[in-house]
Design a protein around this ligand. Structure first.
Ligand SMILES: [Zn+2]
Length: 382
């Protein structure tokens, strides 16, 4: 890391933080601290965890040279989804993930528990949206939903919703949490439709799901094929528009600006995650169609600093500064989240500090991004 300018550190320490922050983009698979994930795997007798905890950590941690792109970043999720499969493991994971956010989200150094922090947090996470794919928690994750797993997906989702309610009671509402259901780019149309019909049923039964997402490998299914995009639109339309919509789109070069615009227009999200393709088209080809569609639709962008650097979506912290200033030039709102805090050993506070001390962001931009997150959270629609 570059040498820290003492003046910069002084001004960082003087930032007046809001008491509570909102985190919009966190995956359940990346949110359970590794030691807890290990314990769940051992307790449940899951195979393929390496020869002990150290090897397991080495296997699942998202860092360094083993991550070169989105696909290598996602590689470990199949195994984690297997550990988290079934109603009991999902319930436990959701409770741990929300608790983890509350305990560590505002700390620069994230450790297993608040007892280990010496300094006070900058803020606490007051609202958290947690996203996951219930079909990939049925015990047949490698089949990507093509085959019914060992566990019943209805029981899985009910366990997740119950866990959210239990945490709300336990915290006396000091943290609000909500679940987003992810469809998979890597799942077949039929599997996504099964999930879509289930989500519709769950919503009609009053289960507490706040939004939809599209996640997974862009290389596998960039949605550049009009037929594939039509199918995905049918999946989203099957659920309807009474809950929030966000999508991962444009994190990799597999999505060009045409596909980016077509996807946004077809799936009609109110937020998007990592829309780097729109920025690259503008920077490299002076093609602002992607940015214009974000601006015209007032779509908020979910940015995840360390994750974007790991996958190579954004080259370095200098380029991150350019991401932020370009969004500001186009008056496109953006927010910050951690994506997979436990797998990346990170927290929202530490990612904001990383940007700030490097000079990629100013105080006003950070505070504005935190306010945007509070304004656009799907939890407001509850
Ligand atoms: Zn994500």
């Amino acid at each position: 890391m570059t040498k820290i300018d003492p003046k910069k550190l002084e001004s960082w320490n003087a930032i007046k933080w809001p008491e509570a922050a909102t985190e919009l983009h966190v995956h359940l698979g990346g949110s359970v601290p590794l030691h807890r994930l290990w314990e769940i795997a051992i307790a449940r007798g899951i195979r393929g965890m390496g020869n002990g905890y150290e090897e397991f950590v080495n296997l699942v941690k998202r860092e360094g040279d083993k991550i070169t792109d989105l696909d290598s970043y996602l590689e470990i999720y199949d195994r984690i989804e297997l550990i988290q499969s079934g109603p009991d493991a999902v319930r436990e994971s959701v409770i741990i993930a929300i608790h983890r956010a509350f305990l560590t989200g505002g700390h620069i150094q994230s450790g297993p528990g608040i007892e280990e922090h010496s300094e006070a947090p900058l803020f606490r996470i007051g609202s958290l949206e947690l996203r996951f794919n219930p079909l990939k928690r049925t015990g047949a994750v490698f089949l990507k939903g093509e085959h019914a797993g060992l566990y019943d997906v209805d029981r899985v989702i009910r366990a997740a919703c119950n866990a959210v309610e239990d945490v709300a009671i336990g915290f006396k509402n000091r943290i609000r949490a909500g679940l987003i259901i992810c469809f998979g780019r890597d799942m077949t149309f039929d599997a996504n439709m099964i999930l879509a019909n289930k989500v519709r049923e769950w919503l009609d039964l009053g289960l507490d799901v706040v939004g939809l997402d599209l996640a997974g490998s862009e290389k596998t299914n960039p949605l550049s094929d009009p037929q594939k995009l039509k199918e995905m639109k049918e999946v989203f339309d099957t659920v309807g528009t009474d809950i929030g919509r966000t999508i991962h789109v444009g994190e990799t070069p597999y999505i060009d600006v045409d596909t980016f615009v077509n996807t946004v227009e077809a799936l009609n999200p109110v937020r998007v995650a990592h829309p780097i393709a729109a920025l690259r088209a503008y920077w490299e080809k002076n093609d602002d169609r992607g940015l214009k569609v974000l601006k015209e639709r007032n779509i908020a962008c979910e940015l995840c600093v360390k994750s974007n650097l790991l996958t190579g979506a954004v080259k370095d912290l200098d380029e991150y500064g350019k991401v932020i200033s370009t969004f500001d030039d186009f008056e496109i709102p953006y927010t910050f989240s951690t994506d997979a805090p436990s797998l990346q050993g990170t927290s929202l506070a530490s990612e904001l500090q990383l940007l700030y001390l490097h000079g990629s962001i100013q105080e006003e931009q950070i505070l504005r991004a935190l306010q945007v997150a509070e304004d656009v959270t799907f939890l407001n629609q509850k």
